[in-house]
Ligand binder design. Structure first.
Ligand code: SAM
Ligand code: SF4
Length: 343
């Protein structure tokens, strides 16, 4: 059903965009800061937002709760690195009340894993069942090179702690030309051997990180073809509403995902929106479109204005992204970094 851009749904009603897509998945960046500097994500000398610009944890809670009232059933906390935000567990604990009422089906997070050892049990206690951990390599030296100073041992200890706490872990790895592309089979065998799915991600042209994307980009179609020569890959029909497409791997018994924004257009089933740590809503990862929710949030303790602003933003959700990486477009398609929008 097509809904006119000029007549957004009323505040309080379910969120349906102009192309008939129901929005039920919210990704929230709780901080733009991070303890690592992955070279494809951030420049070494990143300038972070002044702390005063950030929504407080109470404001983040109110914003998320408004979205849950409006039909969001899956909420992912991300960043930056969500676990570096001071007191972030108080937000997780407070949001977990929506799991208890059943309004929220899933509360989850994407983390680099470096602080996970400390928080894994508490996350599980709050009702978090699954998390994504980003880890691009099993080689400590390569890991340090990719993240500029990260300690792989801490991430692996974090994964151990998460599994010991009963959390289901999925590993995300960005495919990097000449860096980890040859390691993908062993990364996959390692993940599957520990009952973790592995999702490969293509580098997206987001934010100026001081290096040409063309040097980092390796199409996953190429990696998939290489894997298919060694393993039996069978397409799985699950629709996550997102960009990931999954296969099962007969030899390992595990699941492998491909996130291919550059080579596969997934926009027609997009069910998600993103909020930055300053309260800006982006309804498409690949567009500069944005609406400010901080102002209406702060303008009134009543959620009516906020709800109406959210509806207006959903009414402007674009049909699809327009990422391009080629030799003529060797610059970011979208100027904001992934760590600002929330990956
Ligand atoms: N710090 C957390 C982490 O690394 O998992 C959460 C935020 S991070 C921005 C979320 C995901 O985005 C990570 O899996 C990361 O590898 C990925 N990412 C960052 N920049 C990217 C880029 N330019 N292209 C593709 N993926 C990117
Ligand atoms: Fe930090 Fe995650 Fe970006 Fe790496 S990908 S710099 S861990 S926010």
């Amino acid at each position: 059903m097509a809904v006119s851009v000029l007549t957004p749904p009323l505040a309080g009603s379910a969120m349906v965009d102009p192309f008939g897509r129901t929005i039920n998945y919210l990704r929230v960046s709780v901080t733009d800061r991070c303890d690592l500097r992955c070279f494809y994500c951030m420049s070494e000398d990143m300038t972070f937002l002044p702390k005063a610009d950030l929504l407080t944890l109470e404001e983040l809670d109110r914003l998320c709760s408004t979205f849950i009232d409006k039909g969001v059933t899956k909420l992912r906390l991300t960043g930056g690195e969500p676990l570096v935000r001071r007191n972030v567990m108080s937000l997780v604990r407070s949001l977990s009340r929506h799991l208890k009422t059943g309004a929220l089906r899933e509360l989850t997070l994407t983390t680099n894993g470096s602080l996970l050892e400390k928080y894994a049990q508490e996350l599980a206690d709050c009702g978090v069942r699954r998390i994504n951990v980003s880890m691009d390599t099993l080689d400590p030296d390569k890991f340090r090179a990719i993240t500029r100073w990260g300690d792989l041992g801490k991430v692996r200890a974090g994964i151990d702690a998460a599994q010991a706490a009963g959390l289901k872990v999925k590993i995300n790895a960005v495919a990097l030309k000449g860096l980890n592309e040859d390691e993908i089979p062993s990364l996959m065998e390692w993940a599957h051997g520990r009952d973790m799915a592995l999702t490969l991600i293509e580098v997206m042209p987001m934010g100026d990180v001081g290096e040409g994307r063309i040097d980092q980009y390796v199409p996953l179609s190429l990696l998939r073809a290489r894997l298919a020569a060694k393993f039996t890959l069978t397409d799985l029909q699950e629709d996550t509403g997102g960009p990931a497409r999954y296969v099962s791997v007969a030899e390992t018994g595990g699941k492998l995902g491909f996130i291919t924004p550059m080579t596969h257009n997934f926009c027609e089933s997009c069910n998600r929106v993103r909020i930055t740590c300053t309260g800006t809503i982006h309804t498409c990862l690949g567009h500069e479109d944005a609406s400010d929710l901080r102002k209406p949030l702060r303008a009134s303790p009543d959620d009516a204005l906020l709800g109406a602003t959210i509806d207006r933003a959903i009414g402007l959700k674009p049909k699809g992204h327009d990422f391009i990486i080629d030799r003529r477009h060797n610059r970011p398609s979208v100027s904001r970094h992934m760590s600002v929008t929330g990956g």
